[in-house]
Design a protein around this ligand. Structure first.
Ligand code: EPU
Length: 345
């Protein structure tokens, strides 16, 4: 038996839920993953399979009656590139995301600064298309190496094939649950070109007296981490999964109707006909910010975040999620979607 049994998933979900997996296996290489998949097919194929990273986007609604897989494929390797201005890095899916960002900055490999301190691992970065402060990881991905969980075949997806969109990819939709990411190749730059498109970054730099002309990547990383820490709770202290909701994209007509009643509604244009509005703002307007329902609460500094006050269950968090969705639907006619994946089995 190469699987651990009745494994606590506490280290694999940032909500801090003490749920258990019937079986659990971790692997450090593609070959080890293939062995695990062989064993699974031979004796456990009747059970569901779930591949996790750090679980910073998962909500377990009960114990998982199946096999949970976790990658510990490590390594950050520089590949040869034809373009001397760029750096190609092949990174193991089990590398902690922020360790990658900090390694890159210390080697003067630039691009990922605004994604500092995003929780999770490299594999999930490519599935989720993580984003923050005006950057999305898709803009730095060259290709994603995977192993099929169904057939064991290796497959490389070029970035164009990954169907990247806001917090979304082919791995979350058409191919959901079908592939394990083993490595991601990122294309970074030797030249530091800060992305200061996001207003909060510019105002914070300003208030720290840091000039854009002399700004270093290390300084930008510090500012990003500072903003994140001021708005987002530390999962080690208060269980949470970062943004619980996605920012909804609505039609311009609907946006204009809402704006008649709420002239200060913030918005980001997507194209000529569609507008993204911040879910945190909508939730705050309907009065849920800082409020709790049993042992689950809406974080008082960022209404996008649901926190576990101590002993919440997945069901408690789900009840709060449903109450918030209902309130936002009644007031704004908008159906909020969760960014977190619910694990029901
Ligand atoms: N706002 C409120 N009330 C709140 C929260 C936000 O009115 O409680 C308003 C803010 O005043 C601002 C707007 O909403 O006008 C946007 O807020 P913020 O800049 O804090 O960003 P966000 O849209 O709430 C998104 C991402 C975060 C990411 C930040 C920074 C999503 C769902 N969330 O949040 O991602 O860190 O931008 O780029 O896209 C995550 O995915 O886990 C995550 C934390």
């Amino acid at each position: 038996m190469i699987f651990e049994q009745n494994k606590s998933l506490l280290p694999y979900n940032t909500f801090g839920l003490d749920v258990r997996a019937s079986y659990f296996a971790e692997y450090t290489s593609e070959d080890a993953l293939l062995e695990i998949l062989d064993e699974y097919k031979r004796s456990y194929a009747h059970l569901p399979l779930l591949h996790v990273g750090r679980g910073s986007n998962l909500l377990f609604l009960k114990d998982f009656s199946g096999l949970v897989l976790h990658s510990r494929i490590l390594g950050i390797d520089e590949l040869e590139s034809d373009d001397p201005s760029e750096v190609l890095l092949r990174v193991g899916a089990g590398v902690v995301w922020d360790d990658l960002v900090s390694t890159c900055i210390s080697h003067s490999w630039y691009g990922l600064e605004n994604l500092s301190f995003v929780p999770g691992e490299v594999g999930a970065s490519a599935v989720q298309n993580i984003g923050a402060y005006g950057s999305e990881v898709k803009d730095f991905i060259q290709s994603v190496e995977c192993v099929s969980l169904l057939t064991g075949e290796k497959r490389v997806f070029q970035v164009e094939e990954c169907q990247y969109a806001y917090r979304s990819s082919i791995f979350k939709h058409e191919l959901q649950g079908q592939f394990a990411v083993t490595h991601v190749t990122y294309r970074l730059s030797h030249r530091f070109t800060p992305n200061l498109e996001y207003e909060a970054l510019r105002t914070t730099l300003n208030s720290h007296g840091i000039s854009v002309d002399t700004l270093t990547a290390q300084q930008l990383r510090k500012v990003v981490i500072g903003i994140r820490q001021s708005k987002l709770p530390d999962p080690k202290v208060l269980g949470n999964a970062g943004s619980f909701f996605m920012n909804p994209i609505i039609s311009k007509e609907q946006f204009e109707q809402i704006r008649e009643k709420y002239p200060t509604i913030p918005s980001y244009p997507i194209n000529d006909t569609r507008v993204k509005v911040p879910a945190g703002w909508l939730i705050e307007q309907v009065g849920w910010k800082g409020r709790s329902l049993g042992p689950a609460a809406v974080y008082d500094r960022q209404a996008l975040v649901i926190v576990n006050l101590g002993d919440a269950s997945g069901a408690d968090i789900l009840s709060l999620y449903n109450s918030i969705r209902l309130a936002v639907r009644m007031e704004f006619g908008i159906d909020l979607q969760s960014e977190v994946n619910f694990i029901l089995k």
